[in-house]
Design a protein around this ligand. Sequence first.
Ligand code: FAD
Ligand code: NAP
Length: 546
Amino acid sequence: MAAPERMAEASAARTPDRFDAIVVGAGFAGMYGLHRLREMGLSVRVYERGGDVGGTWYWNRYPGARCDIESQEYSYSFSSDLQQDWNWSERYGTQPELLAYANHVADRFDLRRDIRFETRVAAAEYDDASRLWTVTTDTGETATAPIFILATGNLSTPQLPDIPGVGDFAGRRFHTGDWPREPVDFTGRRVGVIGTGSTAIQAIPAIAEEAKHLYVFQRTANFSVPAHHGPMTDDFRAAAKAAYDETRRLARTTPFGIARFPAPTRSTFDVSDEERQEIYEKAWAMGGQALLFSFNDLLISEAANETAAEFVRNKIRATVNDPEVAELLCPDDHPIGTKRLCLDSHYFETFNRKNVTLVDVRTTPITEITASAVVVGDRPYEIDDLVLATGFDAMTGAARDIDIRNGNGLGLRDAWADGPRTYLGLMVAGFPSLFMITGPQSPSVKSQMILSIEQHVDLIASIVGRMRDAGAKAVAATADAQKNWVDHANELAETTLYTKANSWYMGANTPGKPRMFMPYAGGVGRYKETCDRIVAEGFTGFVFEG
Ligand code: FAD
Ligand code: NAP
């Protein structure tokens, strides 16, 4: 390249609105994406609609919020110094501690200087001639870059229920996924919680401690197992730190990306009824997701699954004093584990409290919400505060909220009209140099997500490195590679029980959304091996252009 061209390019790179990469989102994905690409010498701009870093842990500040994977696993592995310096205080990090961790990472790696907060990306358009993405924000800013990365999260688009009058409630109304920055006091209040998913199951015991009366409006009972949450002891922390190299390596080979849950080898019916019961009891005592890793066919065979499901139902029956309430709390419409298994701290016990009422809104649905009440059938439940723990437009909601168009003017929303289609959950054929971190058809939400985030960011970094080495201006997934990957992901999902639940994994919680199992069901280890092979074989399925 001639000197004047080099100078022109250097000066273009310094222009504020021209970057090597634009990233949307400053949760754990966007934060590591920024750090990793900056380390490679790229100029990066991150846009985040929230006021600070943390993503999930910035928005979900409801009482009781915490992770459901133990903190020594649910954390970044990319920096050994970070791992050694940070001290988790509890077995499952609380939302404040996870947010403090995100802030620590932002400070430590000086991330904020490249992040524009309180700025929502509204649109992005690719130009085939210049091979650049132009991004437009709701503040009227535009920026261009050859690489455009969605780190917009799988559970970042809170969803209001489609109940008539939900906007008419005159008291305090909260969605758990967009909780106020300041603490909310429920003391002396009549509170209604709609929803009994993972979020509600964490929030209900905490709100019940404060509220004068709590009404829980349950449409579908959910399986939940005890977290056995507690402080992280100094000995445990020291041992975890000493073993990090090995546990992180192991985690990458497991189905869920969690070192302590390797792939089980035995079938449910390889053991006697008594032995199976003992195994479940041990898993119950260990807490967390352990139960699902007891046998290798729990998510494949209905008969096997039913043994674990009935074990949990019996625990519920043994915990809840009122037999009618207990039966209502026993899930019976989906196999255990086909919705995210909830972890709780005294959830079922909460229904023994005098100030808590379970309202079954499956038999008699909520008809409307008025200024002061949730009306079930024709019975109004008068409340002061309404908590909507009604979940998210999951996996595709945030990407679809942005008007993303390729060089032919085709929108991502149109390309995905029949459900998301990707290559590896990383790229979409026809949309060059657009990457997704933990997109649909990657392990994503069926994994320890920080591990999956790091794996995707590292994969993007190696593709960008290859672009640089080859002098390529763009990279695209081929239509064939995408078709084969989607077929493979769908075939795998069909061999499991996941498709039997009306879950957000299936898009079933969002009216009008096509039904398909969106995460990759093959597990973290298998997925990583596939990606590693694709890279080793010279980036099969990717075309480097220009
Ligand atoms: P997010 O943290 O969701 O960050 C995405 C960011 O993108 C958000 O800050 C959002 O504001 C921003 N954004 C989106 N669209 C735009 C736009 N158009 N313009 C600008 N900014 C935008 N996973 C686990 O593995 N273990 C757990 O224990 C666990 N617990 C969870 C608990 C809760 C309550 C929830 C909701 C999720 C949980 N998850 C858990 C999943 C969790 O989302 C991931 O672990 C992880 O935090 C995702 O990081 P992310 O950066 O990919 O997405
Ligand atoms: P969710 O699992 O989708 O649960 C939403 C709840 O709202 C369901 O009980 C649903 O009932 C109910 N609901 C929605 N619309 C309703 C209506 N019109 N009437 C009555 N009920 C209605 O959402 P979430 O609980 O926020 O969890 C989402 C995901 O976030 C989890 O699966 C998990 O991956 C993650 N998360 C993790 C943790 C953790 O432990 N670390 C905590 C929170 C969240 P139906 O089932 O009948 O639709």
